[in-house]
Design a protein around this ligand. Structure first.
Ligand SMILES: Nc1nc2c(c(=O)[nH]1)N[C@H]1C(S)=C(S)[C@@H](COP(=O)(O)OP(=O)(O)OC[C@H]3O[C@@H](n4cnc5c(=O)[nH]c(N)nc54)[C@H](O)[C@@H]3O)O[C@H]1N2
Ligand SMILES: Nc1nc2c(c(=O)[nH]1)N[C@H]1C(S)=C(S)[C@@H](COP(=O)(O)OP(=O)(O)OC[C@H]3O[C@@H](n4cnc5c(=O)[nH]c(N)nc54)[C@H](O)[C@@H]3O)O[C@H]1N2
Ligand code: SF4
Ligand SMILES: [Mo]
Length: 812
C-alpha cells in the first residue's frame, strides 16, 4: 500500500521534530530525508482522502523504557500506515508522545511475512527450528499433560517462568513474570519457581538499597534547576527515545537551566553527539576508581559537605562509623589510604585504573565540588558490569559527599525517576512456592538445581533448591537464547531433553528462543487487542493509552488471555474459575478500570478514555526529588536502611561478605570500593583477549524486538565499534568483515572504525538476531553479542554481567 521508502509512515511534522530533538538516525542512518518527506506527504494525503479508512489508537508496548502512542490507519483489515500521538501541545508537560523510528515501523512487524500463524510442535532437535503444525487442542492438551506430570513428579518448584519483557507495556497482555497472566495461572495451580531481579537492573537494584534503602532518582525535568549534569553511562537519546520520554525532558530542562553536561562513557554516545560540554571516555568497569580519585580531591581541597555527612550518613569518617566495624573501616580512611588495603586513592592511582588523565580527574572533582546544585546520574550500563554492585553505590558517593541528595537540581546518583498514573494491574495472586533464584541463573538451575544454595548461588526463600527446572514458560521473551548469556553453552544445556523436559514459547516470530520450544504458540500482538496501559519513563508527565484492536485476528493467532484460560480449563474447573473469575478480557478491563477510578476520580470515564485514546497528566507535585522528605526531617522520615540514614558503610553487606562463599576474584564490601573483576581490564585473560567489549542498547531495536525489520536494519547498521589505533594494529579498515571471538564463541560482523570508542575497548549494539549453524561451526553471522558473554553471575546480585567481556578481533 504505502511506499517502501517510508518506514511505517512518518508525518512531516513529526519527522522534522524528531530530527530536531536530535534523537533519531533517519538522517544519520542513510534514509534520504527529502524523499522520505515527500513520500510521507503523499501518504498523509492518501490517508485523509479515503473514506473507508479507520484510525485506531494503539501503542508500542516493547521494553524500551518509553511508551508511545500510535495511531494506526487501517484499510481492508490491514494496518497500512502509522502515525503517532496528535494530541496536546508543543508545551512542556502536555507535549505529544511521539514514537521513534521503531514504533513508526510497527506495521512491518504486524504484517511481517514471517509471523507465526499456527500452533506448532517441535519435530527436530531443540534449536534446529523444525516444527510441524498442530491444532490448538493438541497444543493445549500437550502443555497441560506435561504441566500436570511435572508437578506430580517434581513439585511446583520445577516449573519456571522465564524473565521476558516483550510486552512490558501491557496490562492484560503484560509479559513481565511479576505481573503476567502466566503468573496468575501458575498461582492458581500451586505456584512456580520465581526469580528476583531483572536483566535490566540486577546489580543496581540490589546494591542501592544498601545505601539508601531504595533506588530512587530525581525526575529528569528537575534538571531545569541544576547547574551541572554528570552522566555516568547514561544514554537517554537511545534508551529513552520517545518524545514522551526522558531525552525530550533532558533537552528541554537544559535549555531552561543552561546546565553544563559531562558525559562519562567509553563511547561517544548519541546523548553527547554535540550537545555535551565534555565527553570523558572511561575504561569499562572502572567508574568506582574514578569516584575514589575524585573523592580524594574533594577531601583534600575541603570540598566535601561535612555537615551533610555528619547529619545524614553512616560511615563517612570515624564519627559515624557503626559499632562493630573495624577501626579505620570508614570511607575517608579508604580514600586516604588508611584503610585495610593501605592504598591512597589519589588521582594518579585513579588515572592508572580508569585511563583518564590526572589533570582531568582533578578538574572534574573541582567542578563537581563547586557546582551547586549538581545532578549526578548513572544509567544502567555501568551496573551491567561484573563489579556493578560496587560501581552503582560508588557513583552515589559523589552526590553524598557534596550534599546533593534530596534537593531540587541535585540527585541521588541513581537513574532518573518518573511520574506514573497508578494503574490497577491484573491481580497475580500469591505464589505458594517461596523459593526464588536470580533471573540470570535459570540455566544453572536446569543443570545443577539441587546443588544451588543461598550462600553461594543467591537462592532466596530457602537454603537451597530442591529440584532442577523441568518446565519453562516463555511468553514474549527472547532470553532463552538471544538475550541470555553464553549462547553456545545454553544450546548444549537445552539440547539434553532429559534435563529440562518441556519448553513452551508464546511468540509472534521464529526467534532464536522460539527454535528451542517444544510447543510454540502464536499470539496476537498488543495492537491487535484491547488494553489500557500507562507510560513507562516519561519525566513528570504521566499518561494512559487505551488500545483498540487494529485488525481482526488473523490465521490461528490467539490472545494470551484465551491461551491461559484454555490451559486453566484443562487443569480443572476450580483452576478455571479461580483464574477467570468468570470474566472476559473486556470485562476484566472494565473491572480494573473501575477500581482505578474509585482511587483516582480525576481520571476520565472508561468510555471517555476509549474515545480520547490517550490521557495525560502532569505530576501535580511538580518535579520528583528523591529523598526530599528525609533531607527535610531525617528523624521524622528515616530511610529504609537499618539505621534510617544513608549507609556509606553497610553492616548488612559486611555480614554478607563474611558469610557468603565467594571466589578469589569476587568482592562484596561494606564500603563502595573499587574492585577489579573477572574478565576486566586487568584480568589475566587479557593477554589472549586484549579488547574489553560491551553491548549497548541500540536505536535499531528494542533488544531483539524490531530486529527483523528491514528498513531499521538498513538505517542503523549492526557493526562492531573499534578505535582507529586498535584497527590499524590489526589491519582493519572501516566496513571490513571481522571476526570477534573469545573462548566462548565467534561472531562475524562489519567493523565501524571510529574514534567514538576509546582504544582497548570495543562495543556493538546488543540484541541482534543470533544466526549460526549450531550443528556446524557455530559462527554467529547475526552478530548477537551473547555468543561471547559469560553465564558467570556477579557476586552479590547474582546478576548478568553482560557488559564485562574480553575479546580479540581479526579480519575475517
Ligand atoms: N549482551 C547483552 N544481553 C542483554 C542485555 C545487554 O545489555 N547486553 N540487556 C538485557 C536486558 S536489560 C533485557 S531487559 C533483556 C531483554 O530481553 P527480552 O525480554 O528477551 O527482550 P526482547 O529481545 O525484546 O524479546 C522480546 C520478545 O517478545 C516478542 N514479542 C513482542 N511483542 C509480543 C507480543 O505481543 N506477544 C508475544 N507473544 N511476543 C511478543 C518479541 O518478538 C521478542 O522475541 O535482554 C538482556 N540481554
Ligand atoms: N533503543 C533502545 N532503547 C532501550 C533498549 C533497547 O534495547 N533499545 N532497552 C531498554 C532496556 S530494557 C533497558 S534495561 C535500558 C538500558 O539502559 P542502559 O543500561 O543505561 O543502556 P546501555 O546501553 O546498556 O548502557 C548505557 C551506557 O553505558 C555505557 N557503559 C557501558 N559500560 C560502562 C561502564 O563501565 N562505565 C560507564 N561509565 N559507561 C558504561 C554504554 O556505552 C552506554 O552508552 O534501555 C532501554 N531502552
Ligand atoms: S520503541 Fe520505545 S520509543 Fe520507540 S516507539 Fe516504541 S515505545 Fe516509543
Ligand atoms: Mo532491560
Amino acid at each position: 500500500m504505502s511506499d517502501i521508502n517510508n518506514p511505517g509512515g512518518i508525518s512531516r511534522r513529526s519527522l522534522v521534530k524528531s530530527t530536531a530533538i536530535g534523537s533519531l538516525a533517519l538522517a544519520a542512518g542513510g534514509i534520504s530525508l527529502p524523499f522520505g518527506l515527500k513520500a510521507a506527504a503523499v501518504a498523509v494525503n492518501g490517508a485523509l482522502e479515503n473514506p473507508d479508512d479507520k484510525v485506531v489508537w494503539g501503542a508500542c508496548s516493547v521494553n524500551c523504557g518509553s511508551r508511545c502512542a500510535l495511531r494506526l490507519h487501517v484499510r481492508d483489515n490491514e494496518v497500512y500506515w502509522v502515525e503517532t500521538d496528535n494530541t496536546g501541545h508543543d508545551e512542556y508537560g502536555d507535549h505529544q508522545v511521539r514514537a521513534c523510528l521503531r514504533g513508526r515501523s510497527i506495521r512491518r512487524r504486524i504484517n511481517h511475512p514471517e509471523r507465526l500463524n499456527y500452533p506448532m510442535k517441535r519435530v527436530g532437535k531443540r534449536g534446529e527450528g523444525k516444527f510441524e503444525r498442530i491444532s490448538w487442542d493438541e497444543a493445549l492438551d500437550t502443555i497441560t499433560k506435561s504441566l500436570k506430570e511435572t508437578v506430580a513428579k517434581y513439585g511446583n518448584e520445577a516449573v519456571y517462568l522465564n524473565y521476558t519483557s516483550g510486552v512490558v507495556g501491557g496490562n492484560i497482555t503484560r509479559s513481565s513474570p511479576y505481573a503476567s497472566l502466566l503468573t496468575r495461572l501458575m498461582n492458581c495451580y500451586g505456584g512456580f519457581l520465581s526469580h528476583y531481579g531483572t536483566y535490566s537492573t540486577a546489580q543496581i537494584a540490589c546494591a542501592m538499597p544498601y545505601t539508601y534503602g531504595s533506588n530512587d532518582g530525581n525526575s529528569t525535568s528537575d534538571i531545569e534547576n541544576t547547574k551541572l549534569v554528570v552522566m555516568f553511562g547514561n544514554n537517554p537519546a537511545e534508551t529513552r527515545m520517545s518524545g514522551g520520554g526522558i531525552t525530550y525532558y533532558l533537552e528541554q530542562a537544559r535549555e531552561r537551566s543552561n546546565a553544563r553536561m559531562i558525559v562519562i562513557d567509553p563511547r561517544y554516545t548519541d546523548t553527547a553527539a554535540g550537545r555535551e560540554d565534555e565527553w570523558i571516555p572511561i575504561r569499562p568497569g572502572t567508574d568506582a576508581a574514578l569516584v575514589a580519585g575524585i573523592a580524594h580531591v574533594l577531601i583534600n581541597e575541603n570540598l566535601v559537605d561535612q555537615p551533610f555527612l555528619d547529619k545524614y550518613c553512616v560511615g563517612y569518617d570515624e564519627k559515624t562509623l557503626p559499632e562493630g566495624a573495624p577501626a579505620n573501616g570508614h570511607y575517608k580512611a579508604y580514600i586516604l589510604g588508611e584503610g585495610e588495603d593501605g592504598i591512597e586513592k589519589s588521582p594518579q592511582w585513579a588515572s592508572a585504573v580508569t585511563g583518564i588523565p590526572v589533570d582531568r580527574i582533578i578538574k572534574l572533582a573541582r567542578e563537581i565540588g563547586s557546582a551547586k546544585p549538581a545532578c549526578i546520574v548513572q544509567g544502567w550500563g555501568p551496573q551491567r558490569q561484573a563489579n556493578g554492585e560496587l560501581t552503582a553505590r560508588a557513583i552515589a558517593m559523589l552526590p553524598i559527599l557534596t550534599g546533593n541528595v534530596g534537593i531540587n537540581g541535585g540527585n541521588s546518583g541513581a537513574r532518573e525517576s518518573t511520574y506514573n498514573i497508578t494503574i490497577e494491574r491484573m491481580p497475580v495472586l500469591e505464589n505458594p512456592v517461596k523459593t526464588q533464584i536470580s533471573c540470570f541463573s535459570w540455566t544453572d538451575a536446569i543443570v545443577r538445581g539441587p546443588e544451588m544454595t543461598a550462600k553461594r548461588d543467591g537462592v532466596r526463600g530457602k537454603d537451597k533448591l530442591d529440584v532442577p527446572i523441568k518446565f519453562i514458560w516463555n511468553y514474549a521473551g527472547n532470553t532463552i537464547i538471544n538475550q541470555h548469556a553464553e549462547i553456545n553453552k545454553t544450546h548444549d544445556i537445552l539440547q539434553d531433553e532429559s534435563k529440562c523436559e518441556m519448553i513452551v514459547v508464546i511468540e509472534n516470530f521464529m526467534t532464536s528462543s522460539a527454535k528451542y520450544a517444544d510447543i510454540l504458540l502464536p499470539d496476537l500482538m498488543t495492537v491487535e487487542q484491547e488494553d489500557i496501559i500507562p507510560n513507562d519513563y516519561a519525566g513528570n508527565m504521566g499518561y494512559l493509552i487505551f488500545i483498540q484492536p487494529a485488525t481482526a485476528p488473523k490465521f490461528e493467532r490467539k490472545p494470551i488471555y484465551w491461551i491461559t484460560s484454555e490451559v486453566a480449563r484443562r487443569l480443572g474447573p476450580d483452576v478455571y474459575q479461580k483464574f477467570t473469575e468468570g470474566r472476559t478480557q473486556e470485562e476484566w478491563l472494565k473491572h480494573l478500570y473501575a477500581k482505578m477510578l474509585a482511587k483516582d476520580p480525576a481520571l476520565p470515564s472508561y468510555e471517555e478514555l476509549r474515545t480520547m485514546g490517550i490521557y495525560k497528566r502532569k505530576d501535580p507535585n511538580g518535579h520528583f526529588v528523591a529523598y526530599k522528605k528525609f533531607r527535610e526531617d531525617p528523624a521524622a522520615n528515616p530511610l529504609k536502611t537499618p539505621s534510617g540514614k544513608i549507609e556509606i558503610y553497610s553492616d548488612r553487606l559486611a555480614k554478607i561478605a563474611a558469610t557468603w562463599e565467594l571466589q578469589k576474584d569476587e568482592t562484596i564490601s561494606p564500603l563502595p570500593v573499587y574492585a577489579s573483576t573477572f574478565d576486566g581490564w586487568d584480568a589475566p585473560e587479557r593477554s589472549s583477549y586484549p579488547l574489553q567489549m560491551f553491548g549497548f542498547h541500540y536505536k535499531a531495536r528494542t533488544h531483539s524486538s524490531y530486529g527483523n525489520v528491514d528498513v531499521l536494519k538498513a538505517a542503523c547498521r549492526q557493526e562492531v565499534w573499534i578505535n582507529p589505533i586498535d584497527a590499524q594494529k590489526r589491519g582493519i579498515a572501516n566496513g571490513d568483515l571481522v571476526s570477534v571471538f573469545n573462548g566462548r564463541g565467534e561472531i562475524r560482523v562489519e567493523a565501524k572504525v571510529t574514534p567514538r570508542i576509546m582504544p582497548g575497548v570495543t562495543a556493538m549494539g546488543q540484541g541482534a538476531w543470533h544466526d549460526a549453524n549450531m550443528n556446524g561451526d557455530r559462527i554467529d553471522h547475526g552478530s548477537c553479542m551473547n555468543t561471547l558473554t559469560t553465564q558467570r553471575p556477579s557476586p552479590l546480585a547474582k546478576g548478568n554481567p553482560q557488559h564485562t567481556n574480553l575479546v580479540e578481533i581479526k579480519k575475517a
